[in-house]
Design a protein around this ligand. Sequence first.
Ligand SMILES: NC(=O)c1ccc[n+]([C@@H]2O[C@H](COP(=O)([O-])OP(=O)(O)OC[C@H]3O[C@@H](n4cnc5c(N)ncnc54)[C@H](OP(=O)(O)O)[C@@H]3O)[C@@H](O)[C@H]2O)c1
Length: 284
Amino acid sequence: MTAKIIDGKAVAAEIRAEITVEVKAIKEKTGKTPGLAVVLVGDDPASKIYVGNKEKQAKEAGFNSYNIILPQEISEAELLEKIDSLNKNPDIHGMIVQLPLPKHIKESAVINAVDPKKDADGFHIENVGKLNTGQDGLVPCTPLGCMILLKKNLGDISGKNALVIGRSNIVGKPMAALLLRESATVTIAHSKTKNLPELCKTADIIIAAIGKPNFVKAEWIKPGAALIDVGINRVDSKLCGDIDFATTSKVAGFITPVPGGVGPMTIACLLGNTLKAFRKSLNI
Ligand SMILES: NC(=O)c1ccc[n+]([C@@H]2O[C@H](COP(=O)([O-])OP(=O)(O)OC[C@H]3O[C@@H](n4cnc5c(N)ncnc54)[C@H](OP(=O)(O)O)[C@@H]3O)[C@@H](O)[C@H]2O)c1
């Protein structure tokens, strides 16, 4: 079997095109423009590239985009003050604080300082609670992007065995919650899991969010399974995922490439979340 390659880049472009049309229509009707603020602390080169991409795509979709670059040495209190001023700014409808933060700043304090209505990353405890109790809130962008790709390719996933490898707050846990919401039978694996190859063998869907290059092997895969690779790893200056694409793609039914799979969906979903928050602020 040769897997169908899921083209996340193309799906993300479609989503951004739909968002662009909607933003234009709302602008014409109300005179208002959605605003996305991205807060970056320090000057990590990888984060800078990522933040630059977000700004470019936000502008292309017709958003006002605000990049707020703060010095590495900023105190937690000063950062919280900045977030408070963005919370109060009526031109900002979506906001994210780029992670990771410097060690002297408590991540949870910052995440929970963002107004949950503007929490475009969906990391605030209120949005986490909403996701886990089936209420409408803002959902973390990367798992949301994975779910869109899955549903587009598999249709109904209820009753399917889904294995999420990784239990981070930003990918693994919300991914599991989304799969459960779609009535998949969900298993979460992590670094203490003892029988990962066996768990993989029973999975109709595998979502890998580990951060280890080519970790998931072809021998572990159930023929025809759908493989969604969240991992972004650099090996010999080339990007690769957490799933060994070259060999697993011969066994699986569907697979996302790295790059060009989940990655582009994350920014598209960030714009989608900001648009959702914008519409809510206008009661439309
Ligand atoms: N495409 C995108 O837009 C996007 C967005 C976010 C992240 N990513 C990428 O996705 C990957 C994961 O990100 P993250 O933020 O979720 O990482 P993370 O916070 O480091 O979490 C990694 C998870 O993998 C688990 N793990 C580590 N070794 C394992 C093993 N041998 N077997 C099974 N599980 C193992 C860890 O288990 P423990 O909890 O037991 O330590 C942890 O839960 C990274 O490569 C990151 O760059 C991509």
